[in-house]
Design a protein around this ligand. Sequence first.
Ligand code: AMP
Length: 300
Amino acid sequence: MTTFSSLGIAEPILTALTDYGYEIPTVIQEKAIPAGLAGRDVLGSAQTGTGKTCAFGVPILQRLAQKGAGQAIRALILTPTRELAIQIDDNLHAYGKNLPLTEAVIFGGVGQTPQVEQLKRGVDILTATPGRLLDLSGQGLLDLSGVEIFVLDEADRMLDMGFIHDVRRVIKLLPQKKQTMFFSATLPPEIMDLVDTLLHDPVRAAAAPVSTPVEVIRQEVCLVDRGNKTSLLLAILDQEQVGNALVFTRTKHGADKVARDLNRKGVAAAAIHGNKSQTARQESLRKFKAGEVRVLVATD
Ligand code: AMP
């Protein structure tokens, strides 16, 4: 059985991974970590749930720590959504807790001042969404000329969300010579074009998710009249085995209505969707994680 220590990971990171509850590496980690540590480019076909954050995070932390802490941004992770950016940054903090490196995250939808202040204090590893990154770069508030390691996360989602031009703009701001780790669940032609221009002799690593939802989730369909939907939802939530629940609705308006109806019936619920401010979205997620809110109602 492969262990984390057999992958060449240094002691401070091994300890942090153990503290975080990781015992054995996932498939993508087994393949990508040694390649990343050796400074090779990596092409990972992997989606969220495969452990890819640790697969690119560990090589970044270890390679930068070997050189000591600096002032410039030396690693950049580009990811499509704010929530992913926050999650990646949280993970990097955890994996790197025994190292003298500084991580920071920037994304849109919130004021830029705290982010700019943080950048001024010096950041080794920056996780960002493309829009805010270009915005701050355009204002001359961040310098990417010292980036040694670049991660493009969820490249196919960048394409789906219409961010691919922004991604290309960001790439132009980076030095030619760098290590690149590229992750995408699928590799359509537009993505392969990017792969060909960006990666040099990459090590390929593919992985299925740790567990696919269909394997662990019992799925059921209930046919119900519109007027009885709330009662049915309440009956389902009443079942003993239902702790927290995530409810999806088609529309933002629908999400607000379901959350309101549940709250009226005494079930603590919050809605999360694109019309909510970033602060409100994070607050709903926090309350859900903390158990203060039992049901999170979301659009996709
Ligand atoms: P990711 O695909 O990076 O978003 O990771 C999916 C989830 O798996 C996260 O909750 C990680 O903390 C967790 N995870 C990643 N690698 C491991 C591992 N080797 N052992 C246990 N959990 C892991």
